[in-house]
Design a protein around this ligand. Structure first.
Ligand SMILES: Nc1nc2c(c(=O)[nH]1)N[C@H]1C(S)=C(S)[C@@H](COP(=O)(O)OP(=O)(O)OC[C@H]3O[C@@H](n4cnc5c(=O)[nH]c(N)nc54)[C@H](O)[C@@H]3O)O[C@H]1N2
Ligand SMILES: Nc1nc2c(c(=O)[nH]1)N[C@H]1C(S)=C(S)[C@@H](COP(=O)(O)OP(=O)(O)OC[C@H]3O[C@@H](n4cnc5c(=O)[nH]c(N)nc54)[C@H](O)[C@@H]3O)O[C@H]1N2
Ligand SMILES: [Mo]
Length: 778
């Protein structure tokens, strides 16, 4: 039989999979997507890989001893037992019932953070939430690993609608091309990051848009530890900055604006609250805690902290004041200890320039971080599966999962509240990989050891599945019918099933329906619909919703047969905060003062020492080698060759590895200083752990910095190191940005490096891609 082509969508875009003999043998980009991402090349190998979960599986020790804390959970030598579907469904329903009866539904942690897969119906996180809601609720999580500090800080200082708008729907690249003269980005504009958008886009537009803006004359300045955080073709100026010191540079820039009479005092008076406090802090009139005097934040001071020459800071400040300037702070910059500060200082800097609210200028956070930021059109709502109501009000900030499991009842701060961790007994994860995404993975293993039962739905035997007692095999997007749609995209597309399910994998919808049935909530979960009836239903609901906005889309049958519906380009591309600028009284922000709060009396009143009432400089743990033991800063950024940990065994991801290890990039001087060359394998150590990685020498990396991207599958099988494969999260520390937001801080860690092996020495094998003991794979 001839090979066939099938349309599909992933977070990394829409494309075709080529199927022959029931197997995915290749991928083909769509013509409408000339700047498509290479990430899709991981798909064929991943779809049929031996790490696919083929059958329901239970950890032998749990099966033998029953639920309970078990420090051996996650032991790479543990045995697993494959069981029948009926057996696992009975077992799991009984266990869920036991926990909710003995401890209440709040003892079930269902936060289940993670990106799972694209597709509006078979979205693992929505499904697990809907299921847990149907059986009485669960402890949920709040905020994200992506931008936790933005999510908590900005509603306080900008008010909710503007904060959301700034995070999710920025001025378009067209607006930038037409109105911006200078785009200064802290954290670069990394094109490989824009390849991903939740839900996937029909075409990759960010890279081409950046180039078009450059061709139209927009100048780019990238402050970043990596030169290639900016694409070559936009001819950016690269200002290498020591990781974690952006706030110092911003304060130095403001110092120039204040002392050279370049700050727009009219703007500050009319539109902001507390600019005088910031001014006083910058000029040395007060310190972080409000004591007098403080220390002047001069460009010379900023140079000592950040490594950016004072003369360059002066020149940049003058240029920013003279040009139509947009200040962008990438999400990475806030994914570190005190991550609130560069956001707040960046906003204060933009306010000093006085251009907030004008087209193409002011402040933004997210260009270069995700594909739909600046992507243009107005979102019209997406087809979605309703999750139902959660009868449990308990939550934890998403990054505090290990703390919560380790310290039930323990005290912590969040958004101005003194809170206590709930007593969690059962963890249910679907569509995420905490043993990729969380910090200090050895600590997370200890934390998972405290749970009584861990349940994971997975397509693959990830490190998280290997920390579970019950593993439920899930189909991939290629094995089910679904709908592709994403925020700001202009079409809604079909994702028809391309191949049969692997082994005994089932759609999670059916798994949850069967569990709900056993727990007396069958009707509540399904509302009497099969998944294909739900597919039609969520489409038709969306269709009537857009009809209320006078947009006609065809009925489901036509949509499904034609493969897509086009949405009219509804581009509402007004300046961000333009209305506020036009009339700050009538369009006051929803903050206590109605203005942009450069000083927030609310945050000040919270009294968190690590996040006072205005932006300040704090040296995070990545700044300076305090013990003399860890001379380098590791940047654990997003991998260019995959999405997080997904499909790390795929061809493209593997092609980037060095001797099968995660690639570690470092500057030629640091390579020479450590006596390592391309192809060597090194051991990286931090205060909390160690891993192997393969050397790639590159002058695109600042001296003193090493880059080890996230997502290399965690492999604790070697006695020599904590991860033989190169997962940076064995090195990162498990601490929140501050007591205000408790955001993720995984981006930066201090490390030490030593040569582990020459190119021809034997290495500990990588066993992350072998299924665990007892798993047959069919
Ligand atoms: N050190 C450090 N750590 C970081 C970051 C950092 O910058 N530095 N970044 C953080 C950020 S921003 C994020 S968003 C997180 C990302 O962390 P995650 O979103 O948890 O990472 P993914 O690898 O995308 O995990 C998704 C999982 O879902 C599984 N999956 C795919 N399809 C399905 C399905 O249909 N059903 C089910 N049940 N499972 C499915 C995949 O196999 C995969 O294991 O990582 C964070 N971690
Ligand atoms: N290919 C690919 N794309 C992705 C993802 C993926 O896994 N793979 N993940 C997606 C997700 S969930 C998210 S949240 C976004 C994340 O988007 P970002 O957070 O913007 O992405 P990162 O790659 O973590 O960081 C971007 C760059 O910031 C620089 N940087 C790090 N620390 C500092 C610092 O202190 N100061 C300055 N000035 N620069 C610094 C690093 O050099 C890094 O390359 O990416 C999305 N896009
Ligand atoms: Mo993210």
């Amino acid at each position: 039989m001839a090979a066939t082509s099938h349309p599909t969508s992933a977070h990394w875009g829409s494309y075709q999979v080529v199927v022959d003999g029931g197997r995915v043998v290749g991928v083909r980009p769509n013509q409408e997507d000339p700047a498509h991402s290479p990430i899709m090349q991981n798909v064929p190998a991943a779809q049929h890989h031996t790490t696919r979960v083929a059958r329901p599986t239970v950890r032998r020790r749990w099966l033998d001893h029953g639920p309970g804390p078990d420090p051996r959970r996650g032991d790479p030598e543990d045995d697993y037992v494959e069981v029948e579907w009926e057996t696992v469904l009975d077992l799991l329903a009984r266990e869920l019932d036991r926990v909710r009866t003995e401890h209440g539904n709040r003892a079930i942690y269902g936060g289940s953070y993670g990106w799972g897969s694209a597709g509006r119906l078979h979205h693992a996180q929505s499904l697990v939430h809907r299921f847990l809601n149907s059986i009485g609720g669960y402890t949920r999580s709040r905020t994200t690993y992506s931008h936790g500090a933005i999510e908590v800080l900005f509603p306080r200082i900008l008010g909710t609608p503007i904060a959301n708008r700034m995070l999710h729907r920025a001025p378009s690249w067209t607006q930038i091309r037409e109105h911006t003269e200078l785009l200064v980005s802290f954290g670069g504009l990394r094109v490989s990051n824009t390849w991903n958008t939740s839900g996937g886009r029909a075409a990759q537009t960010a890279g081409p848009s950046m180039r078009a803006a450059s061709d139209a004359g927009v100048q780019y300045v990238s402050l970043s530890p990596l030169r290639d955080d900016m694409p070559d073709d936009v001819k950016a100026e690269w200002v290498p900055v020591r990781p974690g010191t952006d706030t110092a540079v911003m304060l130095g820039l403001m110092h120039v604006l204040f002392t050279e009479d370049l700050a727009d005092t009219e703007f500050l008076d009319r539109y902001t609250e507390g600019a005088d406090v910031v001014r006083s802090y910058v000029l040395g009139g007060r310190d972080e805690q409000g004591n007098r005097p403080g220390m002047a934040r001069t460009p010379e001071w900023a140079e000592r902290v950040s490594g950016v020459p004072a003369a360059e800071i002066r020149e940049l400040a003058r240029r920013m004041a003279e040009k139509r300037t947009l200040v962008n702070v990438g999400w990475s910059v806030q994914r570190a200890r005190y991550g609130e500060q560069p956001l707040w200082a960046g906003l204060a800097l933009a306010c000093c320039l006085g251009q907030v609210g004008l087209p193409g200028t002011g402040f933004a956070c997210g260009y270069g971080s995700i594909g739909n930021y600046g992507g243009g059109s107005t979102p019209l709502g997406l087809p979605r599966l309703p999750q139902g109501d959660n009868a449990v009000s308990e939550f934890i900030p998403v990054t505090r999962i290990a703390d919560a499991l380790l310290h039930p009842g323990g005290a912590y701060r969040f958004d101005g509240e003194d809170r206590r961790y709930p007593d969690l007994r059962l963890v249910y994860w679907a569509g995420g990989n905490p043993f990729h995404h969380h910090q200090d993975l050895k600590r997370l293993t200890k934390a998972f050891g405290r749970a009584e039962t861990v349940v994971v739905n997975e397509t693959h035997w990830t490190a998280t599945a290997r920390h579970a007692d019950i593993v439920i095999p899930a189909t991939t997007t290629l094995e089910r019918d679904d709908i592709a749609a994403s925020r700001g995209d202009l079409s809604v597309r079909t994702m028809p099933r391309a191949v049969a399910p692997h082994g005994q994998a089932r759609d999670e919808y059916d798994t949850f329906a069967a569990l709900a049935e056993r727990l007396g909530a069958g009707e509540r979960f399904t509302e009497g619909r099969t998944s294909s009836q739900w597919l039609r239903h969520i489409y038709e609901q969306w269709r009537s919703m857009v009809a209320r906005k006078d947009i006609e889309v065809p009925p489901f049958e036509t949509f499904w047969n034609e493969g897509r519906v086009e949405m009219p380009a509804r581009v509402e591309d007004e300046a961000l905060m333009g209305e506020f600028r036009a009339d700050p009284d009538r369009n006051a922000l929803r903050t206590p003062s109605g203005r942009i709060e450069l000083f927030s009396s609310t945050i000040d009143s919270f009294g968190d020492e690590d996040c006072p009432g205005h932006p300040v400089w704090f040296a995070g743990p990545s700044v300076g080698d305090r013990t003399g033991e860890f001379p380098l800063v590791m940047v654990a950024n997003q991998p260019s060759g995959r999405l997080h940990s997904q499909q790390d065994m795929g061809a493209h991801s593997r092609s980037q590895k060095v001797r099968d290890r995660g690639p570690l990039r470092l500057h030629p001087d640091d390579a020479a200083g450590h006596g390592v060359v391309d192809g060597d394998v090194v051991r990286l150590s931090s205060a909390v752990g160690s891993c192997l990685a393969g050397v790639v020498v590159s002058d695109a990396v600042s001296p003193g910095v090493v880059q080890l991207s996230t997502g290399t599958w965690y492999d604790p099988s070697s006695p020599d190191v904590d991860c033989a494969h190169g997962n940076p999260n064995v090195l990162t520390e498990d601490v929140g940005t501050s007591g205000l937001s408790q955001g993720c801080t995984g981006q930066l860690t201090r490390v030490r490096l030593e040569r582990f092996a020459d190119p021809d020495d034997a290495l500990p094998p990588v066993r992350a891609f072998e299924p665990p003991h007892g798993v047959t794979g069919v």
